[in-house]
Ligand binder design. Sequence first.
Ligand SMILES: [Fe+2]
Ligand SMILES: [Fe+2]
Length: 245
Amino acid sequence: MNITSDMKLADVLFHNYALLPVISRFDIRLGFGDKTVAEVCNDSGMNVDFFLEITNSYVDEDYVPQKDLNSFPVSLIINYLKKTHQYYLNEKIPEIEKNIHRITKTAYSNSDKFRLVENFFREYKIELTNHISREESKVYPYVLEIESAFYKNRIDKKLFERISAYSINDYASEHDNVEEKLFDLKKIIIKYLPPSDMPALSISILTELFRLEKDLNAHTALEDKTLVPKVAAMEEKLLSQFRKQ
Ligand SMILES: [Fe+2]
Ligand SMILES: [Fe+2]
């Protein structure tokens, strides 16, 4: 069942607890009582249609958007993507890292194998941090510049050269899959790691890895399937306008 604007947000969360970290990216805090999705979004100044598209596609991979996501400003998408990055780097990754460290420290037998997992995750963290930092320092500012030029209907020689040198499709073709390594890590823990002295913690680490992987999948899909085509269309219009000038 699709999430709609007249549903109570509390009911939406009862049915889809996986949305809890998602609503905080919209600056929505708990304490909304019996308010509907529309009321809560209005209170926090959030575009309701954008909220519905993000939450519906998050809980249902086969969800077909009711409204074209491309109708939303790019800045709204960038803002959401950045909040998701913060959630990974400031909350989820440190939490998983802390638990992996705890389980490694208490693994009296086979501690070398647990240390291997710890190192693997440390490398993954570096890789993800670099990926995010590149997007935030290079790709997203470029995207916002394109949108601004598009709305002003103005393109100068500098921007023309920039688009010609490295367009959004170049970014898309280089866009790494940051979920793949997490899959490998889950496989190592499930198939190759000996029994832990803290089985409950092992299960908790695995559960968090599954959740992180799902979240990253939705994040990458938003970058590749929504952001890239939208920016590519704007680039094309700007380039053809420059050639006519
Ligand atoms: Fe990203
Ligand atoms: Fe990315």
